[in-house]
Design a protein around this ligand. Structure first.
Ligand SMILES: [Zn+2]
Ligand SMILES: [Zn+2]
Length: 348
């Protein structure tokens, strides 16, 4: 075991501060990673503040991790010292159930191990995330990061990226499809970039006219203001797919009305109650679905796609010691579109 520096919270009302955590000695199939950058996801804040009621303290958040391999176990085949790698929301799963067999470890029937606040099978207690100088991860859950991209802006792809990529692929978004993206935050801005790169006609659906210009610069072809009833009516029954990134419970009926017959709207943000009227679904055989991050295989596919198409997240860099201010700004949606922590600021 090794003590490493980290940044975490000791209780739900405490600020994050410097602390020491333990990392396991590397096992035969482990990769040891020195962390360069870590993205700041809204889930980090939910977990630190115990919004979902399942947090274990101290919480060391961070599941958008980018770093360099510094050591590999004796059985590791795919990585070597110096490789640029990423780690997302999961660090392990049973590898035996149907979901794991299908490469969908996020739905592991025995419960995947979350990167932080998951059950630590090796040291006991719970797992600690990427707001730290180093992490040890099972090879299977380590991703190769293309070297041609702006490395720090790759970090958010590991959660915000795959969360939007996976449903776009699952529902087969393709050239010429009319695709709506609801909500322009960390998730929504990646949804727009990916749908655009896949050749879709992208419509940003937002309550805020102020976001129109930004949405277009990210790749949206049109902006639809959801409060404008006349405009919403014009777009009724016309969408092939809608990616709904709204992070809280809300009325989904106005969006369902936008779907074509047999089309789907997928929720990726609202782990919450949503309102849905059966009639809106029945009348057009429409579907509402959900999707959680993505499997390891499709996360690698997404990173490779980003390498080929030169896609990264729009980010604002911060030092570790300004994380508490950054949390407050995320809650107010005052970031375009993701904070990324320079982990060297922790090592100093
Ligand atoms: Zn996340
Ligand atoms: Zn499993």
């Amino acid at each position: 075991m090794k003590n490493v520096k980290a940044y975490g919270a000791k209780s739900n009302d405490a600020d994050l501060n410097m602390m020491e955590i333990e990392r396991r000695d590397i096992l035969a199939n482990d990769v040891k990673i020195e962390i360069d950058y870590c993205g700041v996801c809204h889930s980090d804040i939910h977990q630190v503040r115990n919004d979902w009621g399942n947090s274990k303290y101290p919480v060391v958040p961070g599941h958008e991790i980018i770093g360099r391999v510094v050591e590999v176990g004796s059985d590791v085949k795919n990585f070597k010292q110096g490789d640029l790698v990423g780690v997302g929301c999961m660090v392990d799963s049973c590898q035996e159930c149907k979901s794991c067999e299908d490469g969908l470890e996020q739905y592991c029937e025995n419960g995947m191990t979350a990167t932080y606040n998951g059950k630590d099978e090796h040291l006991g207690g719970h797992t600690f995330g990427g707001y730290s100088e180093m992490v040890v991860v099972r090879e299977k859950f380590v991703l190769k990061v293309p070297e041609n991209l702006d490395t720090k802006a790759v970090a958010p792809l590991l959660c915000a990226g795959i969360t939007t990529w996976s449903p776009l692929r699952q529902w087969n978004v393709k050239k010429g499809d009319k695709v709506g993206v609801v909500g322009l935050g960390g998730l929504g801005h990646m949804g727009v970039k990916f749908a655009h790169a896949l050749g879709a006609h992208v419509v940003m659906i937002t309550t805020s006219p102020a976001k129109a210009e930004d949405a277009k610069s990210l790749g949206a072809d049109e902006v639809l203001i959801s409060k404008d009833e006349a405009e919403m009516k014009k777009h009724a029954n016309s969408f092939d797919f809608i990616l709904n990134t709204v992070p809280v419970g809300h009325d989904t009926n106005p969006y369902v009305a936008l779907l074509k017959r047999d089309a789907t709207m997928t929720l990726v943000g609202a782990i919450d109650e949503v309102d849905i009227h059966g009639g809106g679904l029945i009348m057009g055989r429409k579907r509402i679905a959900g999707s959680l991050i993505g499997g390891i295989k499709e996360t690698q596919e997404m990173l490779d796609f980003c390498g080929e198409h030169n896609i990264v997240s729009d980010i604002e860099m911060i030092d570790m010691d300004s994380i508490n201010t950054a949390f407050d700004r995320v809650v107010k949606s005052d970031v375009k579109y993701r904070f990324v922590i320079d982990m060297k600021s922790l090592k100093n």
